[in-house]
Design a protein around this ligand. Structure first.
Ligand code: MRU
Length: 357
């Protein structure tokens, strides 16, 4: 399995995704501030991986606290949570994970649990979130595999794979599950300018699993769809609003519109932790703006004239009307999403079992 991130006795170890595909190196974060930097600098990225990283950062921060009373620890916990929450704004899994860790902490603190026991319980909680993330990906794979063609080419955008999760992947997990079930699938990976998650990361991890992969420049998908060379599209998500509108890597919206025009199914695969019922629609999703240098420079070389104005939104929102289905770990959602999302949360709350790969 691809080791995206790992809890170690001395800290949290991250595969450095800024160095892939040419170098497989690791960054050890030994305190919560370093975990925040690793998330902000995209050494780890992808919504589910960001969430579990933040949970581990939270556990690390609390476990290293020198506080001897709960009031002082409460103050530190607030700072740890704030530092981690300020790293990236779009992926709701970050806030979901911090909220879950805070809720666990609050329950333990209110019950009068000792500080050493609180520390141990938070480390266990973060490790459990890691295991749950892999199980959710496998379950998405099991639910979604049959939606992909028995034989054909599937387009994906950005990286929603093992590298974006604790293992297996969401969109790429569905592709992996289909291949494991005997589907003969070729993958087209959009390169995903400007950060090249498709070219650098998706191609790297799919080739690692011997899944045939072709890298496309982002502007090539429309023409290939028109020629009948793409049978399905599947992507991940950073935040799904209550009405099904979905924020994902910039460029996803264009792919979804193109897919609709060509009658090609467009699937989103994401765990329930990516669905934010408190955000009504795509327009309300905060979109991260990143540094202009990601656009102006490539491999350290300037590509644009001095003085050119630059846009660099990291994500866009795809309206629900373009989404054929949303694959979650508890089953497949279809429009009207407002309704199906509510029903899926109810089903999950009653303890519905995850599917196994
Ligand atoms: O900026 P990134 O690389 O963190 O963006 C990642 C994506 O947009 C992914 O598609 C999304 O997080 C889903 S990952 C399973």
């Amino acid at each position: 399995m691809i080791p995206t991130l790992e809890w170690l006795p001395e800290g949290v170890n991250f595969l450095d995704q800024t160095k892939l595909p040419l170098e497989e190196t690791y960054v050890l974060a030994t305190d919560y501030q370093q975990v925040a930097t690793v998330i902000r600098d995209m050494i780890v990225r992808g919504a589910p991986a960001i969430g579990v990283s933040a949970a581990m950062g939270f556990a690390l921060g609390v476990s290293q606290s020198k506080a001897t009373d709960i009031a002082s620890l409460n103050d530190e916990v607030a700072i740890i949570a704030k530092t981690l929450a300020e790293t990236r704004p779009t992926a709701v899994n970050l806030f979901w994970a911090i909220d879950r860790m805070r809720a666990k902490y609050n329950a333990l603190a209110e019950a009068g649990t000792s500080i050493p026991e609180i520390k141990a319980a938070l480390i266990k909680e973060a490790q459990q979130m890691y295991d749950e993330d892999i199980a959710a990906c496998k379950s998405m794979g099991a639910h979604g595999a049959a939606l992909l063609p028995q034989q054909g080419t599937v387009l994906t955008h950005c990286n929603a794979g093992a590298l974006a999760t604790c293992g297996y992947g969401t969109a790429l997990g569905v592709i992996r599950a289909a291949v494991e079930r005997g589907h003969n699938i070729d993958v087209y990976a959009d390169e995903t300018r400007p950060y090249l998650q498709g070219a650098r990361l998706t191609a790297w991890e799919l080739l690692h699993d011997n899944i045939p992969t072709t890298v496309l420049c982002d502007n090539m998908a429309g023409s290939l769809m028109r020629q009948g060379k793409i049978q399905a599209v599947i992507v991940g998500a950073d935040r799904i609003a209550a009405n099904g509108d979905t924020a994902n890597k910039i460029g996803t919206y264009s792919v979804a519109v193109l897919a609709k025009e060509h009658g090609i199914p467009f699937y989103v695969a994401a765990p329930l932790s990516t669905i934010d019922v408190n955000t009504p629609d795509g327009d309300a999703i905060p979109i991260e703006q990143r540094a202009a240098t990601e656009v102006t420079h490539s491999n350290g070389r300037q590509m644009t004239p001095n003085g050119a104005a630059i846009q660099n939104p990291a994500f866009d929102a795809t309206p629900a009307k373009y989404i054929t289905a949303i694959i979650t770990e508890h089953g497949v959602l279809q429009a009207p999403y407002e309704q199906s999302i509510k029903e899926m949360f109810q089903k999950a709350a009653t303890g519905s079992e995850l599917a196994t790969a």
